[in-house]
Design a protein around this ligand. Sequence first.
Ligand code: AHR
Length: 656
Amino acid sequence: MKLKSHSLFPTIETLFLLLFISFSLQAAQDGKKISSDLFGLFFEDINYSADGGLYAEMVQNRSFEYNPTERREWNPFSYWEYIAPGFSYGRISVETASPIHLNNPHYMVLDIEHIGHEAKYTGISGVGIKNFGFDGMVVKAGDKYNFSMFVRQISKEPVSFTISLQTPKGKMLAETKLVTSSSDWKQYTASLAPIASNDTANLVVLATSEGKVALDMISLFPEKTFKNRPNGLNAHLAQLLADMKPRFIRFPGGCLAHGDGLGNMYRWKNTIGPIEQRKEQRNIWGYHQTTGLGYYEFFQFCEDIGAKPLPVLPAAVSCQNSGGTWQIGGVGQKALPLNEMQDYIQEVLDLIEWANGPVTSVWGAKRAAAGHPAPFHLQYIGIGNEDKITPEFEERFKMIFNVVKVKHPEITVVGTVGPSPDGDDFTKGWKLADDLKIPIVDEHYYTSPEWFISHQNRYDSYKRNATEVYLGEYASWGNKLRNAISEAAYMTSLERNGDVVRMASYAPLFAKKNFTQWKTDMIFFDNVNVSLTPNYFVQKMFSANQGDYYFDKVISKDEKDINQAVSCVKDSKTGDIILKMVNFGNTPKSMKINLSRFGSIVSQAEQIVLTSNADAENTLDNPQRVVPVTSTVKIHKSFEYVAPAMSLTVIRVKTK
Ligand code: AHR
């Protein structure tokens, strides 16, 4: 039987209409879909963030590669001292004739001419070297430390060594012995177990028999690194990042990525493989990069904490401030010659293969050989870091972008639009993004708290369904509570605009006491203590409480008061509703919350409040002045919340 059009059975058109209505109703209930990668981390080796910081190596200048181009007073012996206790004598020299690897050219030759009587304190005589670490080494009684060094025995006879940890006054904390057994470079390893704790210990490598040896890659790691990874990360600092539950980590910088001149660009291939074969180099921030924390370690760390890796590769041009030319308007950008671009583009493609390719591919095999046969699931690649948008930049960026787009449509490229929130490079960068349809571009700005408060509508008017934004570097100038709260207000606007802002990361991340090049940072540390800034707590409160749907009009506040900012997101994995209330004003502000659209809710909710005096800040001496307070509160479908002056509140509500 043929159905008539007015029968009780719906037509195809009616079915589609019903489906559309039901999708729309669902969407309204679910709110606006926003990025699920919104808040992440920016890591750059600035302020001794890597060597001497997150990277757990305790020996400074382990490979004798320090040199005066990094710092005028530095040389291959920096942070080492020659010692010959017990009336011993000998000689040391730096040589390059037969290194472990050409990438690691310098090593030390120890010629032990005479072993004398026993030394007064340690009871040992010998000839050797002592390392001071990064302002001393922190060792703990009960913990173990993994020592290793490469030795090439030059004399016919084997050479005996005592390896020890000592206090600055020479008191023995831990000791082990080894004897050389090869005239080729060979790695020797040992474990040291201190009998007492000390915050300024030294590592002593003492030859106790006569002979001649070449030494290199003298290394000491705590056994307890983050997740106990070999060549791993400082467990405490890494845990602070893991606690933030970042959705991504951008690395290796910053200016460090595009480098101080072409020879200083960060080339990822130099940073993988056995550490003694990696290419070390001058750090643009005025010190040394061992590259021991290299691409493998970055990717592994991302995987360990469930963050997506976001490597940023140079766009084949160096930093415009190369040679310090920021003083004269940043005219120092250098571009790779065009006849080198083919190889350079291949380097970018090789990274994708290294991260995601099968173990049977050339670069996938190298990843597997390093201990990770499974792919790293690379999704994003940054090309360029706040570069000056010159014709040379544009030409090279296009070449790289076009090839990646064709060969790897599964990879999302992040472009760059200069170092400021507006201006010439910003305009040119966005024009290029529009022309090339770059999926995402990286915006950077460091400015005043007032700017953040008054620009909360910045992204409301950005074009939708076009190039998205990665706010890759931002911070207000300062680490007082008022700085952090201005950033919190701004972050509610990033959530509101999470359909166009794909990612955001505060910068810089770490700063080591007395080794700081950038004043405003998220985490300050020395060898013993850590000071978490209010900015860290704000970042953590947002990052650990992200959602993937945004809801308007759940929280009502005085719309005319720009010192108040609010947002409501839902995490569809847990079903939790997350409310954020910011008050940048100096009096408490009442806000009304209506959760009726969310169905049944659990009345016990988790509340975190960060508040104090506007000028309060944490220091290494007093790290507890501004800390968030977590409690369980009783809430209703509709309730009032009074946001304290200068505060951020997060309330996490469970749904039934
Ligand atoms: O975050 C510190 C520096 O600021 C970055 O290296 C650079 O990209 C920006 O200018």
